[in-house]
Design a protein. Structure first.
Length: 255
């Protein structure tokens, strides 16, 4: 067997086997223990709802995913820009530190109603901003940490070798900061999805996953609600997987 394929199978098969075992166990225990559907629906019932409502699940997942994606991009751009400024100027760093600390502890449940009031309950803008705020903090902190990994003696050495400022950035600053940036991006991708999803519970258009979950639960369609929950789980895993693949590609190119 190809060594690469064998390595992939070793990484994929154990969690996949655990997942299959867990689903089978739940399928047996739910009817055996008489667990009511509002506590936990059986996997078979959830699967039937997934098949029946797959277009609706995909549509709601796309709405929530786009809000999370735009928020992640917004938070990343602002976080990187401010991290660069903070790494170059101590005054800006001192100004931003308390602001970032305050943003990091702002609860979504308090922020969402305020933003819906500002931008309207028929717009997705509030959700994008909430996802962007959640993504901004880990991006900023990790990028700033990465930019600070470069020691002055390293820059001085390159300048002594007649390196231009652009060459110093390309050959030293960016390679040192990339691993830290992608660590922040992985965290931010999950936070963006969670924040976009949670923000949907507090108002706004009702095309997203949270609205579908609450509507299904309110109608006692608990298996359907779990089907939409699985859509949210798949969305979060997709964001994490894509950012991990981007990280691997960039770090391989940087080397």
């Amino acid at each position: 067997m190809n060594p690469g394929v064998e390595a992939v199978l070793k990484r994929v098969l154990p969690p996949l086997a655990l997942l299959v075992f867990g689903i089978a166990l739940v399928q047996v225990l739910v009817p055996a223990l008489g667990i009511p559907p509002f506590v936990l629906a059986s996997p078979a019932a959830i699967w039937d709802e997934i098949v029946a409502y797959l277009p609706a699940i995909a549509s709601a997942t796309l709405v929530t995913g786009l809000n999370a994606l735009w928020g992640l991009l917004l938070g990343s751009v602002i976080g990187i820009a401010l991290a660069v400024l903070a790494s170059r100027t101590k005054v800006i760093d001192g100004m931003l530190a308390p602001i970032v600390a305050a943003i990091a502890v702002v609860p979504i449940v308090a922020l969402a109603p305020v933003l819906y009031t500002m931008f309207g309950s028929t717009s997705e803008t509030a959700r994008v901003l909430i996802a962007g705020i959640a993504a901004f903090v880990p991006i900023f902190l990790n990028t700033l940490r990465g930019l600070r990994q470069v020691r002055p003696v390293q820059r001085d050495l390159l300048r002594a070798l007649a390196a231009t400022p652009g060459q110093v950035i390309r050959s030293l600053t960016i390679p040192a900061a990339l691993p830290h940036f992608f660590t922040g991006l992985r965290v931010a991708s999950s936070l963006a999805v969670i924040s976009a999803l949670v923000a949907e519970y507090f108002g706004g258009p009702r095309q997203g996953l949270a609205a579908a979950i609450t509507t299904a639960a309110a109608n006692s369609a608990y298996a359907r609600a779990w089907a939409f929950v699985l859509g949210a789980i798949v969305l979060g895993l997709a964001f994490f997987l894509i950012t991990s693949l981007i990280e691997r590609a960039f770090l391989r190119f940087a080397r």
